[in-house]
Design a protein around this ligand. Structure first.
Ligand SMILES: [Cu+2]
Length: 417
């Protein structure tokens, strides 16, 4: 237990003595007084070298992945660990031309499948492609995303409770890494990950029974799991309860996620993955749907009832999901739906856990822009926002500017009962 500490102390003592020898030797040379001083200097230099090597050897830490189960240590096809971003950069550059360039990495929040509704259970198929691509986090900032179907998040899927789901995962031949899929809706080892480990170019499939209604995350669970997730490999699958969900006017699909990039926020060009940032839980970017939003993509009309399917791909931060200027009429906390679940009414902000989801519903009363945020608001600076634009007639009874003339003379002052 004390070996490393003693070795370090010993190296410091040896180093100090050696340094003294060298200094003394040099002093004597300058005075030209003593013969044999050259020997003292040589011995001192040798001592310094031994001390330095001993100190380095005594200080070498375990590799970063020591804390994970041994089976989860390998990341790349050649089994080099996840904790070598510089090596990964070189590997990436050597093969840069093979990656698909995606014009817009951010999945359209309108990309929500049609409701399943009242049909009886049946067998449904899900086919998904793991693909490593290059796209922009924000204009001019390029990242090597790992995706399902080329965008972040992966496609939203929609089945009903009682369905048998045949899930096929193909790993694109251009990939550098193996991938798999772990669906939280699955009951079985690894959520399917153990049955879908696919090397580049491979395809594997498995069948599972959707036993529990809910909105579930799916993600890549290939070691190093957090590395794969935070490259963009996550999405949502909705398992509708019997009879489906109540109809609404608009449904949107949003997933918060984290990107870890070397060089800090705003660094232009191709940015390398920041393993230390991942381990420290300090993402460079926090995004909704994979990138820092450009033009708003969610639109509605005054009076529309909105349902948001909100997920959190993580891997480190809990999202305090909030829509600025709205109150959630109904929240399905942690996306629990179906018999026996409880809804929350009149909620301002709801927690969306990493690897979890929530369903929120509200009606838009007044036209304007509504910002969706993680209300840990510093994260807005890292990209955690999206915009819902609502068009329609103003509704002054609900929301209007007030001039001094218009103020109601007999209105109550809430501070003076
Ligand atoms: Cu993966």
């Amino acid at each position: 237990m004390y070996g490393y500490l003693i070795l370090q102390l010993l190296s410091l003592v040896v180093g100090a003595i050696a340094l003294a020898l060298v200094l003394k030797g040099m002093l004597l040379i300058r005075r030209r007084s003593e013969p044999g001083t050259r020997l003292a200097i040589d011995a001192g230099v040798a001592g310094l070298a031994i001390a330095a090597v001993t100190y380095v050897v005594a200080s070498v830490p375990l590799p970063l992945n020591f804390a994970m189960p041994p089976a989860m240590h390998a990341m790349t096809m050649d089994r080099t660990p996840a904790s070598l971003p510089f090596g990964a950069v070189l590997e990436f550059l050597a093969r840069k031309d093979r990656f698909e360039k995606v014009a817009d990495i951010g999945r359209d929040p309108n990309d929500v499948p049609a409701p399943v509704g009242a049909r009886t259970p049946r067998t449904v198929r899900i086919e998904v492609r793991a693909a490593e691509v290059v796209s922009e986090v924000a204009p001019g900032i390029f990242f090597n995303y790992w995706t399902y179907d080329g965008q972040v998040p992966g496609p939203m899927y929609r089945v009903r409770v009682g369905d048998t789901v045949e899930t096929t995962l193909t790993n694109d031949p251009t990939s550098l890494h193996p991938h798999n899929i772990d669906l939280h809706a699955v009951t079985g080892p690894g959520g399917g990950a153990s049955l879908t480990n696919v090397k580049p170019g491979e395809t594997k499939a498995f069948r599972w029974l959707a036993k529990h209604p809910g909105l579930y995350e799916y993600h890549c669970a290939m070691p190093n799991v957090s590395t794969h997730n935070s490259h963009g490999q996550y999405g949502l699958i909705l398992v509708e309860p019997e009879g489906g969900l109540a109809p609404v006017d608009k449904e949107f699909y949003l997933m918060q996620g984290e990107l870890y990039a070397m060089g800090g926020i705003g660094k232009k060009g191709l940015v390398a993955f920041d393993t230390q940032g991942l381990i420290d839980g300090n993402p460079t970017y926090v995004t909704f749907n994979g990138k820092v939003e450009g033009a708003p993509r969610m639109r509605a009309r005054v009076g529309d009832r909105i349902r948001l399917f909100v997920g959190n791909g993580g891997v480190n931060l809990v999202s305090s999901f909030h829509v600025i200027g709205e109150v959630f009429d109904t929240v399905y906390p942690e996306a629990a739906i179906g018999e026996g679940s409880t809804v929350f009414k009149n909620v301002q902000t709801t927690a969306v856990l990493p690897g979890g989801a929530a369903i929120v519903e509200f009606t838009v009363d007044v036209p304007g822009k509504y910002l969706m945020v993680d209300h840990a608001l510093a994260r807005m600076n890292k990209g955690a926002w999206a915009v819902l634009e609502v068009e329609g007639e103003e509704v002054p009874a609900v929301f209007a500017p007030l001039t001094s003339k218009e103020g109601s003379a007999d209105g109550d002052d809430t501070r003076r009962p």
